[in-house]
Unconditional design. Structure first.
Length: 255
């Protein structure tokens, strides 16, 4: 009687379930999963970077009247660049403290400046028309503009209005604006106020070292055609959206 061939038994698998998988296939499966996870993470990071860039205001190119192209960046409604603050400060001071006794001195036929009367306590006074207009760059708070005009009238020599005296402000230094509050800055200015007389062309100078305090304001950028000349002059001096809120002596000029 022939002996039956013993049946081959499958090796015992401890704590195993299902069909076994060969080592090469497992490696390929794990590698594919890892690559998928890395790819997903890269897509998430790329989406985040793209989203941040999309929410940033890109710089704009602006073409000037002379054909040059400059790059400009957006600002908040009450933000001002340091260059704007420095230029406004310098322009206002130069206009306010340059007295030559004529109107439209850039034309071929200048017109004598009659001046603007300012009421003082002890004697009548006047300031130049350009200084009076520039004074609208000063704040009206606590009567700062009107009180400053009185001081300016006391300082202005009467000879300015008959051609005997000319006064020029020579600015030597305008410091970087320092932020002192929300939309408020201060700027140090070092200058010399030089007075020229008919019999003294060399002139005599006195120091004009001041700390100028400024604040951002809202102002119309364009005015209607029927706007009175006085209002136009006010808007013109304030169109950059700044006003001077205080002027004090600069204790230590820092050049």
């Amino acid at each position: 009687m022939a002996k039956s061939t013993p049946t081959q038994r499958e090796p015992l698998r401890l704590l195993s379930y299902g069909q076994s998988v060969s080592t090469p296939i497992a490696v390929v499966a794990v590698s594919g999963l890892a690559i998928s996870v890395v790819s997903l993470l890269l897509q998430i990071l790329n989406y985040g970077a793209t989203s941040r860039l999309a929410h940033k205001d890109p710089p704009s190119l602006v073409q000037l009247a002379d054909g040059n192209v400059i790059t400009v960046a957006p600002l908040g409604p009450r933000d001002r660049t340091p260059e704007t603050i420095k230029k406004f400060t310098s322009d206002v001071l130069v206009t306010m403290f340059n007295w030559d006794g004529v109107l439209n001195s850039s034309t071929t036929t200048p017109v004598p400046d009659p001046g603007i009367p300012i009421k003082l306590e002890r004697k009548p006074g006047k300031v130049t028309t350009s200084a009076w207009q520039a004074a609208f760059a000063l704040s009206e708070e606590n009567n700062f503009r009107s009180e400053f005009l009185k001081k300016l009238a006391e300082l202005t020599p009467p000879g300015v209005f008959n051609g005997d005296v000319q006064v020029s402000l020579v600015i030597r230094y305008v410091g970087e604006p320092k932020k002192i509050g929300e939309n408020q800055w201060k700027v140090d200015v070092v200058a010399t106020l030089i007075t020229f007389k008919k019999d003294d062309n060399a002139g005599s100078g006195i120091p004009f070292n001041k700390t100028i305090y400024l604040s951002a304001v809202s102002t119309p950028q364009t005015t209607p055609s029927d706007t009175p000349n006085l209002a136009k002059a006010i808007y013109e001096i304030r169109k950059v959206g700044l006003e001077i809120t205080g002027i004090t002596d600069l204790e230590r000029p820092n050049l």
